[in-house]
Design a protein around this ligand. Structure first.
Ligand code: FEO
Length: 395
């Protein structure tokens, strides 16, 4: 078992490594998950967050390598979602006199609702506590990722305990960014943002504003690696992601039965490439929706295609569009194209168009529905639609 790891003098990582977890609310976690918790050995022994309940044994063992868990005086619950609070009842049982802090009123109410624990001290932005040589300052960050979220700032150490913010679903024995494969870390940070934090850009912006000007030496999230050497880069990424900045790039997502919609998808993808816009062709059958979100989250152009199956779009495409719509209320400035084939009624492509319109894409053209097999001429006309899409983006 991995030991507790000292990440700064007298501050220990005591979390859990979930090597084989492959799903978080249906989002694929191909690199596993970590549940980071931190133990500060000060005059008041302080625990920041806990771990998923199934990790109670190894979590308590790690704490015990540093201190008897019954000696914990203070527990900071930055977020009540159960991946971080699952071991709170165990800590409450082992250290019944420990003072628990959470946001007021959301965190306090959520702890009561989940665990029946009373007497939690509610805190708000601007509140702070002294734990001895160190102070802990609280900044509420509602909806990053639940209403109760907050981050905890320790100015004496320059550590921001950021909970879900700046996290990545990434299990590793190495705790710091510069000890790991950075490409993978940033990819997982982006996938995490696209699938968990994306709907809350305005709230992220507000939180970033509240943290501006701090001399941050470490960002210690509750998932993945601790940011030590690449803090400006991850802050810059969050700035770009939370303001929905896009790249001049296209993704073409489709499903097909007898290759007609696939032929249209290939033609649209090739048309973007011919116009100098990098493009990616994605068969929704072969890529998980959470990976498609990673690819499309900062793409300026999104084309979605489905044939008609039983008077509907393909269930695969409906699943993707439903998932995407839930995550992306802000598609302002994103150009959409809806297309697809049909035999006797163009219902599939029309449904795709309606879903994209509801998701507030700027649609470049009316729905492109092709009966039976697209001819060479039909396909060549798709180039005009792509040109229109690019013109719309650059207008
Ligand atoms: Fe990592 Fe919102 O929990």
């Amino acid at each position: 078992m991995l030991n507790a790891i000292e990440i700064a003098p007298k501050i220990w990582w005591v979390g859990g490594l979930d090597w084989n977890e492959r799903s978080f609310h249906g989002y694929t976690t191909e690199r596993g998950i970590t549940y980071n918790a931190y133990l500060i050995m000060d005059e008041k022994v302080t625990l920041i967050d806990t771990a998923k309940a199934t990790f109670a044994d190894e979590f308590i063992q790690r704490i015990s390598q540093v201190v008897d868990p019954s000696k914990i005086d203070v527990v900071i619950t930055n977020h009540v979602e159960m991946d971080h609070s699952g071991c709170l009842p165990k800590i409450h049982e082992l250290a019944p006199n420990a003072k628990i802090y959470a946001t007021a009123p959301a965190g306090v109410n959520e702890i009561r609702a989940h665990y029946g624990i009373e007497g939690v001290e509610g805190v708000k932005t601007g509140d702070s506590i002294s734990i001895g040589e160190r102070t802990l300052h609280f900044v509420a960050t509602p909806m990053v990722h639940w209403p109760d979220n907050m981050v905890t700032w320790c100015p004496e150490e320059g550590i921001l305990f950021s909970n879900d913010a700046f996290g990545q679903h990434f299990a590793s024995t190495k705790r710091f960014d510069d000890e790991n494969d950075l490409c993978e870390v940033f990819k997982q940070a982006k996938k995490y943002y696209a699938n968990i934090v994306w709907p809350y850009g305005a709230q992220v912006q507000k939180a970033m504003g509240a943290l501006g000007g701090l001399d941050i030496k470490l960002i210690a999230p509750s998932h993945g690696v601790i940011w030590r050497s690449h803090i400006p880069e991850i802050l810059e990424k969050y700035q770009a992601w939370s303001t929905y900045q896009m790249e001049e790039r296209a993704v073409v997502v489709f499903d097909s039965m007898w290759h007609s919609t696939e032929a249209m998808a290939r033609e649209i993808c090739d048309a973007f490439i011919r116009e100098g816009v990098p493009a990616e062709l994605i068969d929704v059958k072969h890529m998980h929706v959470s990976d498609i979100m990673l690819e499309m989250s900062d793409a300026r152009y999104v084309a979605c295609g489905s044939p008609t199956l039983n008077s509907n779009m393909m269930p695969t495409m409906a699943g993707f569009l439903t998932y995407m719509r839930g995550l992306s209320p802000n598609n302002a400035g994103r150009i959409g194209i809806a297309f697809g084939s049909y035999g006797w009624a163009p219902l599939g492509p029309k449904q795709v168009y309606a879903e994209m319109e509801n998701a507030k894409f700027q649609m470049a053209a009316p729905v492109i529905a092709q009966q039976w097999i697209p001819s060479a001429e039909n396909l060549s006309q798709l180039q005009e639609t792509v040109v229109k899409a690019i013109e719309a983006a650059r207008a």
